[in-house]
Design a protein around this ligand. Structure first.
Ligand SMILES: [Zn+2]
Length: 334
């Protein structure tokens, strides 16, 4: 363990444990995570983990703690590390930075970041926009960072590439290492971001069906994929004719969102294209909860991480596969 600063010592293990206990049982009664029985007794404490209590379930005759079944279950690290890491994640720190600040190995922090991002996506699963919605698209350069040259888990025989990939000219596509990101921005404030394989008519239609409520008003630029959209009241501005706003019709909010997304993604120094939906989805979470500060956002994530059902699905990466329209769309096209 590295030498920690005095600031780290302000985190009292007992207080962290009490905080986690409060978060875990905030919206539900203290019950057994296995059989949901509320007939529960005390079952001792830990010397090496002050504040951590064990409970005895009279229903299934087994014991459990505040962390049983959650994302933090069986973690060797103190709770203060988890709380700090979640806070830093909400400040858009890379996993390398978190590893250094918190004092864990890079692989540990990478795993934590991945899980916590997944957990945060659970808040964004049901989001659909209504009213007036703006849309815009972007091609993000993303290769096979950290993987064998053509993807997959094959041994590299060298250190994984950590640099940003050089971009090719022209339209982007997943196979050209430039997948598309489509932003749907409601004028009421909520946003939905999709990382997609390409920018064809079918892809955009499918993404729109997921993100925007049918019958909503849609403002876009003059790209042909938007013009072919069905089921919306659609108007567009023509950028080639230097038309950027026509009265109420413009997509400045969507373009502004990309000006925030780009510096957010730049922090990670290149993202693998198969991980891109996870990062973009987490940005969507941060954006939709932007009225909260990073502490409050971290609390939301921790609360979801302490829900055994969400934790299990997040560890399996189920939320991000729902976001991953690459596979979804491929099956739709074939
Ligand atoms: Zn039980």
């Amino acid at each position: 363990m590295p030498v920690l600063s005095h600031l780290h010592h302000l985190f009292n293990a007992e207080q962290c444990q009490t905080y986690i206990h409060t978060l875990r049982w905030k919206d539900r009664p203290l019950q057994c995570p296995r059989c949901q029985s509320q007939a529960i007794g005390r079952w001792g404490t830990y010397q090496y983990r002050p504040g951590c209590k064990r409970y005895w379930c009279h229903g299934c005759k087994r014991t459990f703690t505040d962390l049983t079944g959650t994302l933090l279950h069986r973690s060797q690290r103190p709770l203060s590390y988890w709380i700090l890491a979640t806070f830093l994640l909400c400040l858009a720190c890379s996993s390398r930075r978190i590893a250094r600040e918190v004092g864990v190995h890079i692989r540990t922090s990478y795993r934590w970041c991945w899980w916590l991002r997944n957990v945060a996506l659970s808040y964004e699963m049901q989001r659909q926009l209504e009213g007036t919605v703006e849309a815009d698209d972007l091609y993000h350069t993303a290769g096979h960072k950290g993987q064998a040259p053509h993807g997959g888990k094959k041994a590299l025989g060298r250190r994984a590439r950590g640099r940003r990939k050089k971009r090719e000219p022209g339209r982007g596509h997943y196979d050209k290492d430039r997948p598309a990101i489509i932003a749907w921005v409601s004028r009421q404030g909520a946003v939905v971001l999709h990382a997609t394989r390409d920018f064809t008519v079918q892809t955009v239609q499918k993404a729109a069906d997921i993100a925007v409520h049918a019958g909503s008003r849609l403002y876009t630029d003059s790209a042909s994929s938007y013009r072919a959209l069905k089921g919306y009241v659609h108007e567009f501005v023509n950028h080639t004719q230097k038309e950027y706003a026509r009265g109420d019709v413009h997509e400045n909010r969507a373009e502004c969102l990309f000006s925030l997304l780009k510096p957010y993604l730049r922090v990670f120094r290149g993202i693998s294209k198969c991980n891109l939906p996870g990062y973009v989805g987490f940005f969507q979470f941060l954006r939709n909860f932007r009225q909260l500060n990073a502490f409050e956002q971290a609390e939301l994530i921790l609360q979801a991480a302490l829900d055994p059902t969400i934790a299990r699905r997040a560890q399996r990466g189920e939320f991000v596969t729902c976001f991953d329209h690459f596979d979804l769309l491929q099956t739709a096209i074939n």
